[in-house]
Design a binder for this molecule. Structure first.
Ligand SMILES: [Zn+2]
Length: 124
C-alpha cells in the first residue's frame, strides 16, 4: 500500500473560491422543482459570476451527469432543466453513502456533507 501521490490529488489552496462555488450549489439545490427562468435570473443576480450554474446545470441531454466536481473535493448533484422548464436533479437516488473518495488526504463532500466511505486504494 502506497501513500496517495499529492500530484494526483485535486487539493488546492483555493478555500475562498470553493466556498463561493458551494454557495451557488446550495442555492440551486434549494430551487429544484422551480421554474428555470426565475431560478436563473435570481442566481445570476446573487452570484458574482455565472460559471458555477453551468457546471451544475446540464444544458444538453448528453451533458447530464449524476454529480459534478465543484472544485477541490466538493461534489454536488448534477442538475438539468426538464421538459416543463423546471430545475431537476439528474439522479435523485444518488446519496453521499454511494460516493467514493479519490484520495485519502482530502475531506470530500457531496452537497456539503462529508463522504461516509473511506478511500480504498484497491478499489477500481
Ligand atoms: Zn487529497
Amino acid at each position: 500500500m502506497t501513500a496517495p501521490d499529492p500530484a494526483q490529488c485535486r487539493r488546492t489552496s483555493g478555500a475562498a473560491s470553493t466556498t463561493r462555488r458551494c454557495s451557488a450549489s446550495f442555492f440551486l439545490l434549494s430551487r429544484v422543482g422551480r421554474d428555470w427562468d426565475e431560478v436563473y435570473s435570481e442566481a445570476v443576480s446573487r452570484l458574482d459570476r455565472p460559471d458555477p450554474i453551468f457546471w451544475m446545470v446540464a444544458r444538453a441531454e448528453d451533458a447530464k451527469k449524476p454529480f459534478v466536481l465543484m472544485g477541490e473535493s466538493s461534489y454536488c448533484s448534477g442538475l438539468f432543466v426538464d421538459a416543463d422548464k423546471r430545475l431537476a436533479i439528474v439522479d435523485p437516488n444518488l446519496r453521499v453513502e454511494h460516493m467514493k473518495p479519490g484520495c485519502a488526504c482530502c475531506t470530500h463532500t457531496f452537497n456539503g456533507v462529508a463522504f461516509i466511505q473511506k478511500y480504498d486504494p484497491d478499489d477500481g
